[in-house]
Write a protein that binds this ligand. Structure first.
Ligand code: HC1
Ligand code: SF4
Length: 574
């Protein structure tokens, strides 16, 4: 430990701390901009400058290590002037159309400018920033908003180990973009959107599809069915000022009904259905000598990662479509038939915590007899925008229930899909009952919960030992697959999610400032909300979902039947 003085307060902290962390330990809040804990600690923007006695010039506190006896001042005229000048310089080369900006009122640069009391920009000159890139289905990049903080670069390169974005050109012409200034559409980007949630401004955002959804709702000849992913309920409340980790399932449903959707279902029904299909696929592969390990296929970011980087594992992927695609396909077939609605007049909307789902739903294979499984995918953020546009007082809404007919039931197993390890746990709950031939009581698999990058376990079921692994974030996926490739590890079943933490921290979830993220691990808080919902559900195993059983009895036959394959399974391309 070392002792130092910050703003006349003595503080004792571990010697590995930076000045920024030491100040925080005694409640002194130093502003930052490029800094993002564990992701971007580079001291590039110089907003976190402090005065260090005896040092020449001001020091960037986010990278400067503490030392015994240091005397630091964080709030002198010199410090304030320097921070202000730095932010003024950034603003002088920034597209300042704040009123019409995607991040208006939720922008870290805007808040900083306000805090520093910046009322005019003394230097005005040439501006950099090229064309907006909106070619992909998932992500829009606007260089005129970029402040070159490097957070997206580091998330993509170090956390995801993909490296799509980097600094290009030099000096004043520096830009962050894919190599050779290509479009995000032309590079092996997996559209995980982790760069979006890392961005402090609006240089990266999702490709919005709100207007098409409003149009469908407005059209009296169109029957609009909406479904919500498990992880959305764990984060939507943040957009309305509720604490991180507040579960807002009932309010979300109430809001969707007020927005005018004809039917409100939960993707969890599809998650339960996925477990039936995937569980039987796994049992089939184990019993018939099929390709192992089988790997889950719900996360479209992970699927793209596999297609681009590990094509040798394509046959290992479960052939199951992801749960929301399954729901879409079942709505346009079974539901349409039962409700006697022409499937051509049905418009399906998925509310997802994920930006990659937009691209997934546009894949040509994702259709039923030429009709799209899912017509539009909106992120959690886009749903929040619609609710705000409709002037719904979200926090005051009374809880409402999902529509209860046909596809209106779900189990706790479906809910936990949204957290890393959840798909595995849900699958085990069903596979265990099948192999043991009874209704097991112990259904919580703690070995696959939590934030360890790679989780492994061995479970013995009905005399069979099943070796499983779970990885989240593509860096961890790569590490795990490399071990499988060399033969160092052998498994029967692997769950992989493209984002660290699973869907709860997907690229379509509410943006949370780096400052808040310093103290709060979103992955844990949001996952808690899902595990909580699981424990209050009456049925917690997918095969106990009676509406899924009825779907098989009345329509699909049995899991992995010909019809199930036609509607619920897909293929992958290298
Ligand atoms: Fe997910 Fe899934 S869990 S992929 O993370 O399998 O997006 O939440 O909807 O489809 O159910 C996302 C979440 C989601 C699918 C399910
Ligand atoms: Fe990288 Fe994901 Fe952003 Fe693509 S979406 S640039 S893969 S972080």
């Amino acid at each position: 430990k070392v002792t130092l003085t910050i703003d006349n307060i003595k503080v004792e902290v571990p010697k590995e701390y930076t000045i920024l962390e030491a100040a925080k330990a005694v409640g002194i809040d130093i502003p930052t901009l490029c800094y993002m804990k564990s992701v971007n600690e580079v001291g590039a923007c110089r907003v976190c400058l402090v005065e260090l006695q005896g040092a020449r010039g001001l020091q960037a506190s986010c990278v400067h290590p503490v030392a015994e006896g240091m005397v630091i001042k964080t709030n002198t005229k010199k410090v304030r002037d320097a921070r202000k000048a730095t932010v003024e310089l950034i603003l002088s080369n920034h597209n300042r159309e704040c009123l019409t900006c995607y991040r208006n009122k939720n922008c870290e640069l805007q808040s900083l400018a306000e805090e520093l009391n910046i009322s005019e920009i003394p230097f005005e000159g040439e501006k950099t920033g090229g064309q907006i890139d909106a070619l992909s289905h998932s992500i829009v990049r606007d260089p005129s908003k970029c402040i070159l903080c490097g957070r997206c670069v580091n998330v993509c390169r170090d956390v995801q180990k993909i490296g799509i974005l980097d600094f290009t050109n030099r000096g004043f012409k520096t830009e962050v973009s894919p190599a050779f200034n290509k479009s995000m559409d032309e590079v092996p980007c997996i559209y995980c959107g982790q760069c979006i949630v890392a961005c402090p401004v609006a240089a990266l955002r999702e490709k919005e599809d709100i207007e098409r959804v409003w149009d469908a709702i407005e059209d009296p000849n169109v029957h609009v069915v909406v479904q919500t992913a498990p992880a959305v309920r764990a984060a939507l409340g943040e957009e309305f000022g509720l604490p991180i980790g507040t579960r807002v399932t009932g309010k979300m449903v109430a809001a969707l009904k007020r927005l005018g959707f004809d039917k409100v279902y939960d993707t969890n029904f599809g998650a339960d259905l996925t477990i039936m299909e995937e569980g039987h696929e796994l049992l089939g592969r184990i019993q018939n000598g099929g390709k192992l390990p089988m790997i889950t296929s719900c996360s479209p970011g992970w699927i793209r990662f596999c297609e681009f980087n590990y094509p040798e594992f394509l046959d290992n992927l479960s052939s199951c479509k992801s749960p929301h695609q399954m729901v879409g396909a079942i709505v346009k077939s079974y539901y349409a038939e039962k409700q006697n609605i022409d499937p051509k007049k049905i418009f399906t909307v998925s509310i997802m915590p994920c930006t990659s789902k937009k691209t997934e739903s546009s894949r040509s294979e994702m259709n039923v007899k030429g009709l799209r499984d899912v017509d539009a995918v909106l992120t959690t953020r886009e749903l929040a925008k619609m609710i705000k546009q409709a002037r719904i007082n979200f926090t005051a809404l009374e809880d409402e229930k999902f529509d209860q007919d046909l596809m209106g039931e779900y189990t706790g197993a479906g809910v936990i899909f949204g957290a890393t390890g959840g798909v595995m746990e849900a699958a085990l709950r069903t596979v265990a009952d099948v192999l043991e031939g009874k209704d097991l009581e112990n259904i919580e698999y703690n070995a696959v919960r939590g934030l360890e990058g790679i989780k492994e376990a061995e479970v013995t079921l009905g005399g069979n030992t099943i070796r499983i692994a779970v990885a989240h974030g593509t860096a961890m996926a790569a590490k795990l697959l490399d071990m499988v490739k060399t033969g160092e590890k052998e498994y029967h079943f692997i769950e992989i999610m493209g984002c660290s933490g699973g869907c709860v921290t997907g690229g379509g979830q509410p943006q949370v400032s780096a400052k808040v993220k310093m103290d709060c691990d979103l992955r844990l808080e949001r996952a808690k909300a899902l595990y909580e919902e699981d424990t209050v559900m009456e049925a917690r195993k997918s095969h106990k979902n009676e509406m899924v059983q009825k779907l098989y009895a009345d329509f699909l036959g049995k899991p992995n039947s010909h019809k199930a394959h036609e509607l619920l399974h897909t293929h992958y391309v290298a």
